[in-house]
Design a binder for this molecule. Sequence first.
Ligand SMILES: *Cc1c(COP(=O)(O)O)cnc(C)c1O
Length: 362
Amino acid sequence: MIEHGRFFLPGPTEVQPEILEAMLRPMISHRGAEYEEIMQRVHRRLQPLFGTTRPVYVVAASGTGAMEMAIRNGTRRRVLSVVGGGFGSRFAALAEECGRDVTRLEVPLGDAVCAENVRAALDNGQYDAVTMVHSESSTGVLADVQAVAAVVRERDDVLLLVDGVTSIGGMVIEMDAWGVDFYFTASQKALALPPGLSFAAASERLLARAPTVPDRGYYLDVPKHEQFVKKWQSPVTPPVSLIYALDLQLEEIEREGIVARAERHDAMARTCHHWASSGDRGDLGVCVFPKSPMRSPTVGCFTITRRTPSIVHRMREQGYVIGGGYGELSGSTFRIGHMGDHTVGGVEELLDVLDGVLRTAK
Ligand SMILES: *Cc1c(COP(=O)(O)O)cnc(C)c1O
């Protein structure tokens, strides 16, 4: 078993013991006043994390469920997908599986998408939606959602669907001000909850389009979620125990404050980047993977010239969990999930141990 405070996977992330304990409460009816009170509180505290006055749907699904919700409700036929890593690629593939005609705007791994390229692509094709990932957890690159949104908003008929799975809860998000049409995250990343829930907000534009999109299905239907959220309920039986954990964790997040939480994430990211680019880390074969100066505040991706699996394995022997590389980058990088409730002090301890492992690695 790994001790609390030493679990640095880029998802799921560390969950504090009192949040886990909150799940031990007895069941209640999800159609009763007590549940509605909890959900009212939960909604009030979720909205500022998204920077929206629109309702935030709470869905019993992992992040990919919310990704599918975006496609099934927000797109009709032709989708432009920004792909700069594993999760951008998943968004594009998912849209294809849902029968959409997808054009990929490929971004080299380690780079951030340039808004001008999105404008050029929109000029050259008839699209009804653009998909993108805010914090690409496979590369550690942060995209400029605000800049891309400004380009997409030049057109009334194109919606912007954003995967905010490792950004929401770890940085300040302004969904309404930026003009994003669908933003989603999952419980097991920067919100530091167990896996199992996803959270999504839809713009009025998307809500108006959804009824015109055929075959939206039942479980992820936005108009249905919109209707139930107004009653502080969910269309189907929610995972009540996870809702208890959510209720307590959002109270903690509100207590910390979103700006302070974002600053703590920035400080953890800076600590990792500084570590990787100073001292003898170059000689040890480590460097920061993103070429872009736009780096994720929540996921650090580092190139390693030694064998990654052995580093991850040796860290595990020291009582720490870090992530291996993702997809194409599995053999050449490792990743640190510095998000949720981790602290700069905890990250520094991790990096000390990692230094020791690298120095003695064969
Ligand atoms: C973790 C993650 C997801 C969703 O993964 P699930 O396993 O479905 O929760 C999607 N996008 C990004 C950027 C992620 O980091």
